[in-house]
Design a protein around this ligand. Structure first.
Ligand code: PMP
Length: 349
């Protein structure tokens, strides 16, 4: 008997593997460094007590979507939620990608976009964007010339940190492609593309509770789009994909949204402090950021610096496979950023 053959190319891809290491200072996955606001957990426990877990969840996640719709000032029919924005993106690609269909990406960007396109058996067209990583009209034109079915724009972009010019997003939206605007970090900076939704039924804005809302552990993301796009997502989603527990966590998070978002200033302050400090260090290039992290190029080999930081108990992200020679550090609490900066100073040649 032979071992079963997986799909062609499967064994050429690595499982997603950002290291999950138990170290004192974890600044590698752009999470919120602060615990959830006072009262959140009590509220959540209270809500969970009332859930009839013997029953399937509301397949439409209607209460959650209604609240998101109110918050975003768009009709509930244009809101969709899933297990993290990753799942929302995966569903969009199942619905709009597929064999013989093209997905355009501006690289460097979030690695999951091309991975999820591949998972949906789509072709990818990669347009290279040079430092300072701003998409120009010329590059947007190159992407559209490939006549893609789907175009990704990540703004602010991961791992580079910069937001993209709103007029570029609009230029892309004038095409026939589905334009997926990944706004995972929009609460930290940049201008949202929500203004395009009404006039451009091909635009979808993807957001997450994992970053500014400090809810990475709950796995909740959503998108804002036209009702037609949301209907298409219903056609590809698994039945009852969003658990009652996740829906409850989202509802409670929205109830506490004001408190949760009050910490954004503190995160931005730490981000700017990182930028300033790195900018003063000789031989270090740090890129301006509209997000909750900073991309930087240390002198010497990135992997060696990453290792040296880890030895000092500080975990950052090695993104040198995406942007040559670079590391990415998340804005943590003040003591965490202090530890990162002093460790980095010590490991510099
Ligand atoms: N988009 C971007 C740009 C991200 O950086 C991330 C998380 N690293 C995600 C989407 C996925 O977030 P989640 O699935 O946790 O919502």
């Amino acid at each position: 008997m032979n071992a079963p053959e997986p799909r062609p190319g499967l064994r050429d891809v690595e499982p997603y593997q950002a290291p999950q290491l138990d170290v004192p200072v974890r600044l590698n996955t752009n999470e919120c460094p602060f615990p959830l606001p006072d009262g959140f957990m009590d509220d959540l426990i209270e809500q969970v007590r009332r859930i009839p877990l013997n029953r399937y969840p509301d397949r439409e996640a209607l209460r959650l979507r209604k609240l998101l719709a109110e918050m975003s000032n768009i009709p509930v029919e244009g809101v969709w939620a899933a297990n993290g924005s990753n799942e929302v993106i995966s569903q969009l690609l199942l619905a709009y990608g597929g064999p013989g269909r093209r997905v355009a990406l501006f690289e460097p960007t979030y690695a999951l976009h091309s991975r999820l396109a591949w998972l949906a058996y789509s072709e990818t067209v990669e347009i290279a964007v040079e430092p300072p990583f701003v998409i120009t009209s010329d590059l947007a034109g190159q992407a559209l010339a490939a006549e893609p079915n789907v175009v990704f724009v990540c703004s602010p972009n991961n791992p580079t940190g910069n937001a993209q010019p709103p007029e570029i997003v609009e230029e892309l939206a004038r095409s026939n492609a589905l334009v997926i605007v990944d706004e995972a970090y929009i609460e930290f900076g940049g201008k949202s593309a929500t203004g395009l939704l009404q006039s451009h039924p091909n635009v979808v804005i993807v957001r997450t509770f994992s970053k500014a809302f400090a809810l990475a552990g709950a796995r909740l993301g959503y998108c804002l789009a036209s009702p037609e796009i949301v209907d298409d997502l219903r056609r590809v989603r698994l039945p009852y994909h969003l658990s009652s527990l996740t829906q409850a966590a989202g509802l409670v998070a929205l109830k506490h949204a004001e408190d949760a978002l009050a910490i954004l200033d503190a995160v931005r302050r730490e981000r700017d402090r990182i930028l300033e400090a790195l900018g003063r260090m000789k031989g270090v290039v740090a890129y301006p950021s509209d997000a909750n992290f900073v991309l930087f190029r240390p002198p010497g080999e990135a992997k060696a610096v990453w290792n040296a930081l880890l030895e000092k108990g500080v975990l950052v992200r090695d993104v040198s496979d995406i942007v040559e020679g670079c590391l990415r550090v998340t804005a943590g609490t003040t003591p965490e950023v202090d530890r990162f900066l002093s460790a980095f100073q010590e490991v510099l040649p």
